[in-house]
Structures are given as structure tokens and as C-alpha cells.
Design a protein around this ligand. Structure first.
Ligand code: ATP
Ligand code: MG
Length: 219
């Protein structure tokens, strides 16, 4: 049995065509079903539905053999873990769920001036490790505030001066009178594989990786 960990929403939807290229179809829609384990048309392949940020944990500890997770989630997971995530192979950038990790502030906040003056900036984020690293590299002093969602609210309520969050079109920022001031990195989702599973089920996993690779957009 091969178990693939996916999260609901864009990762599930954008992985479906890649699975199809490997001849795998999923019978149920996770948005409609309450099932957390979804069978596929292949009796030896199943999908487990987990929180996006839990995918690396499932794959690292063998709860799933493979998974699809954003670069944001993978880097934050690695930075927060004890030691390196050595049991986690990343053979493929799937180029799906593309966005960027950026710094954003309120429209009326002079970010450049705050940086120039060496002020302490309060930064709210779900990605505290990546945020800390970014500002440390820039030599900017920050106080980090960990949030689990709705980051846009933090500068509007005075909880923080800035946020570090994912941006794709910028529509959510604009709707909340926020401005993107710095791109930290480009993000896309990667296939992650449990190292032990790769040894034990080398052939089926290798075939899956190759089918995924052949279905990726050429660019
Ligand atoms: P959770 O419910 O565990 O907090 P989440 O809200 O991060 O999960 P999604 O919004 O589905 O879950 O995001 C999953 C992944 O998709 C992110 O880790 C990121 O890599 C990518 N992503 C997030 N937002 C966007 C976006 N606006 N455009 C493109 N990709 C995105
Ligand atoms: Mg989200």
C-alpha cells in the first residue's frame, strides 16, 4: 500500500491532474466527504487528508509514504524541528500552488523609514522561523508574534507593524489596505517522500515520481 498525504483545497485540486498522469483517480471529493482516508482506483494507493502544515510531519514519521507540501510549510517545518528533517526527501518541485512569501504593512506605515532608522518592528506571522531568518539576514530588529491565520488583521488592529504572509494576486492585501513591501521568496509545492518508504517500495514510488515529473508544465 502507498499512502499519499494531501491537504484540502488548492493542493488537492492541483495534484489531481498529476495523479491522473500516473493513472490514479480519486473517487471522492474531500470537500463533500467526511472521510479522512480516500481510496483511489488503484487498490494499493490511498490518499490521507491532513492539514497543510501537518504534511511534513506525516511523511517524516511514516504516517504517509509521500505527500505534497508548500515550500513555505517545508522550510518552516525544517527550521522548527529538532535537527534536520533527514527522513524527508524532496525529489520534485511540482510547480503547483505558486505564490510568494512577502512582508506587508499598512498603507500608511513607512516601512523603509522604520528599517533605515533601525526601529524595532513588530511582525506577525504563521511563519515565525522564516520571518526571523529574513529580518536577521537584513539586520532588522523584530519582535515576532505567532499567528495561525488571518494575518492581515494584525496591522489593522495595532497588534503588529508588519506581517509575513503568502501573496498571490495581492487582492487580499489591497482589500485590507495593506501594501507588499518585500518579497522574501517564491513558493511552490513539492513532492516529499519518506526515506524508509523509498527504500522499501522503491519501484512503485519511483514510477509515481516519474509520472508526476512527466505531467509537469515545461518551463
Ligand atoms: P491550514 O488550514 O493548515 O492553515 P492553509 O490555509 O495554509 O492550511 P492552503 O491555503 O490550502 O492551506 O495553503 C496550502 C499551501 O498552498 C500553502 O502552504 C502554500 O504553499 C500554498 N498557497 C497558500 N496560499 C496561496 C495562494 N494564495 N496562492 C497560491 N498558493 C498558495
Ligand atoms: Mg490558507
Amino acid at each position: 500500500m502507498i499512502t499519499l498525504a494531501l491537504s484540502k483545497g488548492r493542493i488537492f485540486e492541483e495534484t489531481l491532474p498529476l495523479l491522473a498522469a500516473a493513472g490514479i483517480t480519486v473517487g471522492e471529493d474531500p470537500d463533500k466527504s467526511r472521510k479522512l482516508i480516500l481510496p483511489t482506483n488503484q487498490p494499493d494507493v490511498r490518499i490521507v487528508m491532513v492539514r497543510a502544515s501537518d504534511v511534513p510531519t506525516y511523511v517524516e514519521h511514516g504516517g504517509a509514504d509521500l505527500g505534497v507540501a508548500g515550500r513555505d510549510v517545508l522550510l518552516e517545518h525544517a527550521a522548527g524541528g529538532v535537527g534536520a528533517s533527514s527522513g524527508l526527501y524532496q525529489p520534485l518541485d511540482l510547480k503547483i500552488a505558486r505564490c510568494r512569501l512577502s512582508v506587508a504593512v499598512r498603507e500608511d506605515f513607512d516601512y523603509a523609514r522604520a528599517v533605515r532608522q533601525g526601529s524595532r518592528i513588530r511582525v506577525a506571522s504563521k511563519y515565525v522561523h522564516l520571518a526571523r531568518q529574513h529580518f536577521a539576514d537584513k539586520g532588522v530588529h523584530v519582535d515576532l508574534i505567532k499567528l495561525y491565520g488571518s494575518m492581515e488583521l494584525a496591522p489593522l488592529t495595532g497588534l503588529a507593524d508588519a506581517i509575513v504572509d503568502l501573496v498571490s494576486t495581492g487582492g487580499t492585501l489591497r482589500a485590507n489596505h495593506l501594501r507588499e513591501v518585500e518579497k522574501i521568496m517564491d513558493i511552490s509545492s513539492r513532492l516529499v517522500v519518506n526515506a524508509a518508504a523509498l527504500k522499501l517500495q522503491r519501484e512503485p514510488i519511483r514510477r509515481l515520481i516519474e509520472a508526476f515529473a512527466s505531467a509537469l508544465p515545461q518551463d
